[in-house]
Design a protein around this ligand. Structure first.
Ligand code: SF4
Ligand code: SF4
Length: 104
């Protein structure tokens, strides 16, 4: 299936975990110039099964790194977690098809 991101931001505004590894958390903290301890305290939660970590989310479910301004996009695009890199090629939310995917 062909893909062309329309930068609509839909995928960054869903409730749900944005899982990441500790190495990815370290990379993002470095990218943002934040102390790792501060990054974990303010931007990271433990997943409910306590087996992993996720980015926090805003009340409306959006990712705190998504910016709606012009041009819209991910503030940490260069070091976004692999879960984000894998979308929509390796996974997508049923019922919420990425508008950038086309059959032909
Ligand atoms: S939902 Fe699809 S088209 Fe929209 S920003 Fe995400 S990847 Fe791009
Ligand atoms: S880290 Fe970036 S790509 Fe991933 S959900 Fe947040 S804004 Fe979207």
């Amino acid at each position: 299936m062909k893909f062309n991101c329309l930068r609509c931001g839909q995928c960054c505004k869903w409730h749900g975990y944005v899982r990441l590894s500790e190495k990815e958390a370290d990379d993002i903290a470095n990218f943002l110039g934040m102390e790792l301890a501060d990054f974990f305290e303010n931007m990271i939660i433990l997943t409910a099964d306590r087996r992993g970590i996720s980015l926090v989310e805003n009340e409306d479910g959006s990712c705190p790194f998504y910016v709606d301004s012009s041009p819209p996009g991910c503030k940490i695009y260069e070091c976004r977690p692999s879960q984000c890199r894998d979308f929509p090629h390796k996974w997508h939310n049923p019922g919420k098809t990425c508008p950038g995917l086309r059959k032909s």
